[in-house]
Design a protein around this ligand. Structure first.
Ligand code: NAI
Length: 332
């Protein structure tokens, strides 16, 4: 059966890395009919909106999307297209599995952690005002509903993915109400999942613990800003944003994406590293039930990385995007 999947090639290196990903997934046997739509800077230029309704409608219809990075035009009054996408489609979970890859230089081996980030609330509410001249208040929004919703997602995910422990992270010492409620909701929902180990940790302890020794961590659940920072910290443990996949997921709807940006400094040169989007494509194949396709691609990637002969500049080699893509297809 062919899957219909929304494809947002994105800005900058987006079309290069999503193009490579589609080619590899198809070579691995994925039967996908791509519904290609325009978002980001080009959509803002041509259609006057970086996240047109046609994009949201396509994802609502297909339920699954693959997205390249999007540039938000600065100084033109546009809200981040990524934030709009998450909020309009209620993609409340930022899902970032972080794993060591063979042949990719990094500080630790065998890192295997998952960062789950509440995507819709917290300090990303975008509500700020000047109460008196020179004093700004930025609102951190936290609702019990959102806290319970993502706690349940986290526990269901842990069960389905065979994970053993979830660490909920907070800054209760300075934000006892908002962070206290988020933590309480986690433990309340957790009563229904006694077989999953549950712990809480303050944000600073978590940051230090992860950098000292990530092996004691499994799944981490965090509010929006904390999750944004800790997910990039975890990416840094295994080689950076160019080698980790990501997705934004809601109830029966998911958009898989590059976690890096549009890399304007190298866009159009054909040298971008497509691995982050490719691994996001593998997560997507897992999500739609095509686990064999995902496994084949991951195995081929591991083969190419281990050989180390055809690597992009980002990975320490000198191959361009096309050669790296072809090496993975040959390995398949
Ligand atoms: P960036 O991630 O685009 O670039 C940072 C550095 O990493 C650059 O030197 C770039 O060449 C390199 N890089 C990133 N991805 C690479 C890849 N796949 N292969 C090889 N090198 C790679 O971050 P920056 O410069 O802060 O942001 C540029 C634009 O991207 C901005 O407009 C920003 O808003 C947007 N952005 C979009 C995101 C998304 O759509 N999820 C996430 C982050 C930034």
């Amino acid at each position: 059966m062919a899957f219909k999947i929304t494809l947002i090639p994105g800005d900058g290196i987006g079309p290069e890395v999503t193009g490579a990903t589609c080619k590899i997934l198809e070579a691995a046997g994925a039967d996908v009919e791509w519904d290609t739509v325009l978002a980001g800077a080009q959509a803002a230029e041509e259609l006057g909106n970086p996240m047109p309704n046609a994009v949201l409608d396509s994802i609502r219809r297909n339920r699954v999307g693959l997205k390249g990075p999007l540039a938000t035009p600065k100084g033109k009054g546009y809200r981040s297209a990524n934030v709009t996408l998450r909020q309009k489609l209620k993609l409340y979970t930022g899902w970032r599995p972080v794993n060591s890859l063979p042949g990719v230089a990094s500080r630790y081996e065998d890192v295997d952690v998952v960062v789950l980030r509440e995507n819709t609330q917290g300090l990303y509410s975008g509500i700020e005002h000047e109460v008196t001249p020179g004093t700004i208040v930025s609102l951190k929004v936290s609702s019990d509903h959102a806290a319970e919703r993502i706690a349940r997602w986290a526990f269901d995910y842990a069960c389905n993915a065979g994970r053993r422990k979830i660490t909920v992270c907070h800054k209760k010492s300075v934000l006892p109400r908002a962070d206290g409620a988020f933590t309480d909701a986690f433990f309340e929902v957790g009563r229904e999942y006694p077989f999953i180990e549950q712990e809480e940790m303050s944000l600073d302890d978590l940051a230090m613990g992860l950098t000292k020794d990530p092996s004691g961590f499994d799944v981490m659940l965090l509010q929006n800003l904390y999750g944004d920072i800790i997910s990039d910290l975890c990416a840094g443990l295994v080689g950076g944003l160019g080698v980790v996949p990501g997705a934004n997921v809601g109830d029966r709807i998911a958009v898989f994406e590059a976690v890096h940006g549009t890399a304007p400094d190298i866009a159009g040169q054909g040298i971008a590293n497509p691995l982050a989007v490719l691994l996001s494509g593998c997560l997507m194949m897992d999500y739609v039930g095509e686990r064999a396709v995902a496994a084949r691609v991951r195995q081929a990637v591991a083969g190419v990385l281990t050989k180390g002969e055809t690597l992009t500049g980002y990975l320490g080699g000198s191959a361009d995007t096309a050669a790296f893509t072809q090496a993975i297809i040959n390995q398949l």
